[in-house]
Design a protein around this ligand. Structure first.
Ligand SMILES: [Zn+2]
Length: 59
């Protein structure tokens, strides 16, 4: 599991499915999972869509 440096999406393959970037970080702190954008205050606050996102990228 890696995190996209461009959009912070969690990536399981070689490229980010959200933005297509291959600029991925192996180390990141925290995981934000958005299940419902309409009822999620975090999603609105951080402007995130559905899915898994890194809270902070370390490298
Ligand atoms: Zn991305």
């Amino acid at each position: 599991m890696k995190a996209c440096r461009t959009c912070k999406a969690i990536v399981y393959g070689k490229t980010c499915e959200i933005c297509g970037s291959s600029n991925l970080a192996k180390r990141f702190s925290g995981l934000i999972i958005i299940l419902d954008t309409n009822n999620s205050l975090i999603a609105k606050k951080l402007n995130l869509g559905l899915g898994e996102w890194a809270a902070q990228i370390d490298e």
